[in-house]
Design a protein. Sequence first.
Length: 277
Amino acid sequence: MTDLVVRRLLIDLKEPFARRWNGGDAFRSAWLNALSMSFPVGEQMFIDSLRAGLKVLPESKRAYFASEIQGFVGQEATHRHLHALYNKQLDAQGFVNSHEKRLIKRLEKLASMKLDPRHAVAITSATEHFTAIFAGWMLETPQNLEGADPRLKTLWLWHSAEETEHRCIAFDLYRALGGNEKWRRFWFRFVTVQFLFELMRQTVRNLWDDKALFSWTTWRSAASMMLGKQGLVRYGFKHWRAYFSEDFHPSHQDGTASEAWLRQNEDLFRVVSRSPA
């Protein structure tokens, strides 16, 4: 089991930041803003799904997962709060968060279907794998935050470190609930299409709002960040494909970059609680 730590990040997001806060780069700013716009609603869904899964877990397994899920909830609730503050600044700058509205409708439709709780846990597991891929890449390619507002640079690297730290929990809970491989893979395919489509759709909207959509430098930056030698596509594809393997487990993804960042940046946060061993 992972010793999950709930941390309070020592940054102030109530003060405004620049529209192109990420080194003046329109694409890098817009893409990360699009990610942030999905987090408050998405992370609440993750919290709710694991809590519901814990309730239907056999009593013999419940104690094992209870403290881990408590730590997961603490971390995700902190992420949700800080990204809500972040998104409030984006709203004040005139960016329109259409992703969140569509996500709320999709989750309402999913809830109306009254599916077995394992499905929501599988969706959470799939999405957490995506965030773990992004997190590992962010921690290993710090140039993508070169020249960024120090507060937001800290936020993204801290968030990445914690996403890596709790990457196994939803997957392990799904397995403990008796979830099968067919549905695990189905929901991962579903999440792949929905997550990437909505992320790029919101990124395009952000670039439109920033009047940078038709700029050559915008798409040159996008090509470098996504398709370059250290781009997300090259880094992420092997990790994405691994999820379909029968012997896959999130712990197979290297977490040393996360551990190193948390160890080297203890002055940037305060420990609030630790999940009991």
